[in-house]
Design a binder for this molecule. Structure first.
Ligand code: ADP
Length: 404
């Protein structure tokens, strides 16, 4: 599995039976990252059974060099180690599939061309994925099949009413403007894992998932399908995030451009990179630092409050959208590790049957499990997100089907 970002390439070597068995049967043989691409990139590699990753600094100026390095090291390790494995297939995470891809796709020249054509819709995200795919195809050749697994695909089931912006219809049609939604791999994993933990068949699952990491999004899932999600045309809409503003009055874009004498693209960059927790606090985009600073720093406290309030509003809205939700799921670095944030988001919702168990909530940090009172009408779970497992499963499913 390769996950190319603008300045890093994450990778995992995963043994999976596809969607045939429970998610916890998937085995992570190797996990790693080439971070801070450049002359002094950091390469970290961890084998499944070791807790501390090995780390070295080396030159990996671009995606091509990073992917080459990963493939060399992964095959070296596999050849030298006791658990030698050949790579059967590579799954690439692709952020934007737009309307062209509603499920994972086998990568060939046509598919790669289609993914490239989406660079304009996702200029901050897709070009890195495209470079990674080119690099892997060049280095591995045609013998290793590859799949593209899209962050948008899970949301293709969103009804038109949830996916449509109230702007002139001809403009939407002309430019392919609609709400696409992102973080689909994370929301889908929460769905699968909740099904396993609660013993509920996928098609009967009604839940609200809150994926809170650096990027944050909420998803309303009814009958096992995404029916609404908080990110939209780009991953900027919705919740307050590490550096992204989420929802705001769109008039602010031209107002700020005028007042600060910059163009709209610059304001958009501020909304993506200088806003959210970082912009509010003036201190950090890291929730850990903000919680630690909250007592003495009013801006840090406000940042945490605004973050939680926005998530709470979406939770309320999506409970209305789903109708008969059985559970709320927290995932992502913040969702999994910050009991205080979960508590603020869920406080005072006894009226709808959502009641946290204080002890379970405060003791569930970086672990999976139920954190609601037993018997509460709406259960609350923490689930450790595993987007890579979804990529591996989708890739395995695709090639098994292709072979049959
Ligand atoms: P990404 O979206 O980049 O995958 P993560 O899911 O790793 O990000 O989430 C990163 C966020 O999780 C950061 O805001 C970080 O502060 C937060 N986080 C990680 N550990 C904790 C913790 N123990 N308490 C509070 N927040 C945490």
């Amino acid at each position: 599995m390769l996950n190319c970002g603008s300045s890093s390439v994450k990778f995992q070597l995963i043994e999976t039976a596809g969607d045939a068995g429970p998610t916890d049967r998937d085995r992570k043989l190797l996990t790693g990252i080439v971070d801070r691409l450049g002359d002094h990139a950091v390469f970290r590699l961890k084998s499944g059974n070791k807790t501390a990753p090995a780390e070295e600094t080396l030159a990996a100026p671009d995606h091509d060099a990073a992917v080459r390095l990963i493939i060399e090291r992964v095959s070296l390790t596999a050849a030298g180690g006791a658990k030698a494995r050949a790579v059967d297939a590579v799954g690439h995470r692709v952020v934007h599939g737009a309307d062209l891809f509603t499920s994972a796709a086998v990568i060939d020249d046509d598919v790669l061309g289609q993914i490239e054509s989406l660079n304009e819709l996702a200029p901050l995200h897709n070009p890195a994925c495209v470079s990674g795919i080119h690099a892997a195809r060049k280095i591995l050749g045609a013998s290793v099949p590859m799949a593209a697994v899209f962050d948008t695909a899970f949301h293709h089931t969103m009804p038109q009413t949830a996916a449509t912006y109230a702007i002139p219809d001809e403009l939407s049609k002309k430019h392919g403007i609609r709400r696409y939604g992102f973080h689909g791999l994370a929301h889908r994993y929460s769905l699968l894992r909740y099904g396993e933990l609660s013993g509920t068949p996928e098609r009967q699952i009604n839940i609200v998932t809150l994926h809170l990491g650096n990027g944050c999004s909420a998803c309303a899932i009814r009958a096992g399908e995404s029916v609404d999600t908080s990110m939209g045309f780009t991953p900027l809409e919705g919740l307050v995030m590490g550096t992204r503003s989420g929802d705001l009055d769109p008039a602010l874009v031209s107002f700020l451009a005028r007042k600060e004498n910059v163009d709209a693209a610059e304001v958009e960059r501020w909304l993506n990179e200088r806003s959210g927790l970082r912009g509010l606090s003036g201190l950090s985009n890291d929730m850990r630092e903000l919680i630690a600073a909250s007592d003495g720093d009013p801006r840090a406290r406000l940042a945490v409050e605004v973050f939680c309030y926005r998530a709470r509003k979406y939770l309320g809205a999506y409970l209305a959208v789903v109708g008969n939700a059985a559970a709320v799921i927290f995932s992502g670095g913040i969702g999994e590790n910050a009991p205080a944030v979960r508590q603020k988001i869920c406080a005072g919702m006894e009226w709808c049957g959502l009641i946290l168990d204080e002890v379970k909530n405060s003791s569930t940090i970086g672990a999976e499990g139920s954190i609601s009172q037993s018997g509460a009408r709406i259960q609350v779970y923490v689930i450790s997100s595993d987007e890579e497992a979804i990529i591996a499963r989708e890739t395995a499913r695709l090639f098994r089907r292709d072979a049959s």
